[in-house]
Write a protein that binds this ligand. Structure first.
Ligand code: COA
Length: 163
């Protein structure tokens, strides 16, 4: 059985993340979507909220399990017995960042491996930061976040929006 691990901050989970998760779920028996913390980021949604959003957005995929972790990626990689980690790349700068992270993780865990999926071009300009920025000013984010979590994200991020 092949299992892959798709880690990220997912603050919030976007249509770009959803596309990567769907494609990754097709090439393995089991996909773990793992909501983690990146120490360089401050989050709009706490870990539990991010886990819940991922669960809602991915509920139609039978071979996907969503978990949250505040630890090291390699520890979870070993614990879950995954074959590789999956990450989506949008650009050359994403590739550099992924290569650096993969190298560090491989030093910590020699069995560590990563599969990089190229983001769909029409989704490649979406980021969690852009979602937060547009929503803050009351813009339309329906094309950026999965429908299942749209209201949740809007209610939290659209300041001054009448509830
Ligand atoms: N797939 C993935 N990311 C996409 C994307 C796509 N198709 N399209 C756009 N993106 C964006 C995301 O929205 C996000 O945007 P943002 O920077 O505006 O928030 C950015 O690309 C990447 O963020 P995300 O995928 O959510 O993850 P991250 O880079 O914040 O996550 C962790 C990095 C959590 C995996 C990493 O910090 C980690 O492993 N943490 C655990 C601790 C650890 O082991 N550290 C050692 C690492 S060497």
């Amino acid at each position: 059985m092949t299992s892959l691990l798709f880690p990220g901050s997912f603050d919030p989970f976007t249509r770009g993340h959803l596309n990567i998760a769907r494609r990754a779920a097709k090439i393995c028996d089991k996909l773990y979507v793992v909501v983690m913390n990146n120490r360089k980021k401050t989050y709009a949604f706490d870990l539990e909220e991010r886990v819940n959003m991922c669960k809602l957005a991915l509920q139609d995929l039978d071979n996907v399990e969503v978990v949250g972790s505040d630890g090291l990626l390699v520890d979870l990689f070993k614990e879950l017995g995954c074959n590789a980690v999956v990450r989506g790349i949008r650009s050359e700068s994403d590739y550099r960042y992924e290569a650096e992270m993969a190298l560090a993780n491989k030093l910590l865990c020699p069995d560590y491996d990563v599969t990089l999926l190229l983001c769909r071009s029409d989704l490649s300009l979406i980021s969690s930061s852009i979602v937060k920025e547009v929503a803050h000013y009351g813009g339309d984010i329906s094309g950026m976040v999965p429908g299942e979590i749209l209201k949740l994200v809007e209610d939290r991020l659209m300041k001054g929006r009448p509830l």
